[in-house]
Design a protein around this ligand. Structure first.
Ligand code: PHB
Length: 392
């Protein structure tokens, strides 16, 4: 009797141990990604696009890679950097995530950077576009874009296309300051003149009073940077103030003509020329497949923020393949450096020196195709690096 009881106890203990080690093995087998994006507030369209695209990618490619299960923990920071910081801290300390990703606005990407460095956790920036972001931590890799990439190119294009006087309207925070600086450097170097310069607040901007000043300055075109999600409201007020009728065309980086909102802007958007990294009308097969799958899943077309998310999760999958499933920060960052692939936007790579994205920039014009508004690409600048890097 005594012996039987002892055996039973031993079996039970062994069972417990087995259970515990199975749990530990399971924990090791999971790679956790903390996805911090704005799902509410003025920047919510960015968070929704990224969340949609990450989910779509995982449906298409499965939720395991290199023997690891991929788990995404979605958090809404409403684009408030204090929230971003707190959420990143909780994800790293409590959830023990291997990677943090997302970051709908520059201040959010900045807020997480010291935590990425301290914890040696990769920070994949899928949305924010200020040049200096990647210099804030050696653990940051970007799959979005920089405002310098597009604004330099539209500055040169404006000069070459007979635009002599430009009024500028830019969102008054870091990426807006980058957009303005890079545009101005290139446009004025080519002989262009800035006749009016206004900066609008990031939160709930009312463009109307600024638009009147634009109209009075009688420029050939107006250069506009507003972040993703604000273009629809901007173009509505642009039309209401009659700027379309006075022949003041919109030029700029493509954020204002985000595919997410473009089709709802109406004909006042026709003819707007922007330089950008993604158009839903990009004619590659990879993009046609992406747009079709996204539309099927969500009933609307993807914008450039969706593509930043799609490429960001792809980068994680491919890095894990390369490390054979090793998920520590140093191994992942080393694997990501220099990685190159075909995105729905075209060919892209991660600059091994700066960890920033290298990509084509396209000049596009808003046209009607099959009854819908699209940014139709007509000129390509290949493999554009961020022009704003201060170190190599
Ligand atoms: C940014 O905050 O860095 C940002 C956000 C939205 C954009 C571009 C840049 O469309």
């Amino acid at each position: 009797m005594f012996i039987r009881q002892k055996t039973l106890l031993q079996i039970a203990a062994a069972g417990l141990l087995l259970g515990a080690s199975a749990l530990a093995a399971q924990a090791q087998e999971t790679v956790k990604i903390g996805l911090i994006v704005p799902m509410t507030g003025g920047q919510a369209s960015t968070g929704k696009q990224i969340d949609n695209a990450v989910k779509l990618y995982m449906q298409q490619h499965g939720n395991s890679v290199a023997g690891k299960k991929i788990e995404v923990i979605l958090k809404d920071d409403a684009a408030v950097p204090d929230n971003t910081k707190r959420l990143a801290q909780e994800l790293i300390v409590n959830d023990k995530v291997n990677i943090i990703a997302g970051f709908g606005v520059t201040p959010a990407a900045f807020a997480a950077a010291p935590l990425a460095t301290q914890a040696k956790v990769p920070e994949i920036v899928m949305a924010a576009g200020t040049s200096v972001i990647t210099e804030r931590s050696p653990y940051i890799v970007r799959t979005s874009f920089t405002l310098g990439q597009s604004s330099t190119i539209i500055g040169d294009w404006a000069v070459k296309n007979g635009i002599k006087k430009v009024a500028t309207l830019t969102s008054d925070y870091a990426p807006g300051h980058d957009a303005l600086k890079f545009f101005k450097d290139h446009f004025t170097a080519g002989g262009g003149q800035i006749v009016e310069e206004v900066k609008v607040p990031l939160a709930n901007p009312d463009f109307a009073p600024f638009l009147q000043r634009m109209k009075d300055a009688k420029p050939d075109a107006m250069f506009v940077f507003v972040p993703a999600g604000q273009g629809g409201n901007f173009m509505k007020q642009y039309a209401e103030r009659g700027l379309d009728k006075s022949g003041i065309k919109v030029i700029g980086p493509g954020d204002v003509m985000d595919d997410d909102l473009l089709n709802g802007m109406g004909d006042s958007a026709l003819g707007a020329v922007t330089a950008h990294i993604y158009s839903a009308a990009h004619p590659s097969q990879a993009n046609k497949d992406f747009v079709a799958a996204y539309k099927k899943a969500y009933g609307q077309r993807p914008g450039f923020m969706a593509v930043g998310g799609y490429d960001g999760i792809h980068l994680v999958y491919e890095a894990l393949k390369k490390t054979g499933g090793k998920a520590d920060g140093d191994s992942l960052i080393a694997a990501m450096k220099g990685m190159a692939w075909e995105s729905p936007r075209g060919p892209i790579s991660i600059d091994p020196e700066t960890r920033d994205i290298v990509q084509n920039v396209y000049i596009r014009k808003v046209e009607k195709k099959d009854g819908e508004l699209y940014n139709i690409e007509f000129e390509t600048f290949k493999d554009v690096k961020d022009p704003g890097k201060t170190k190599k």
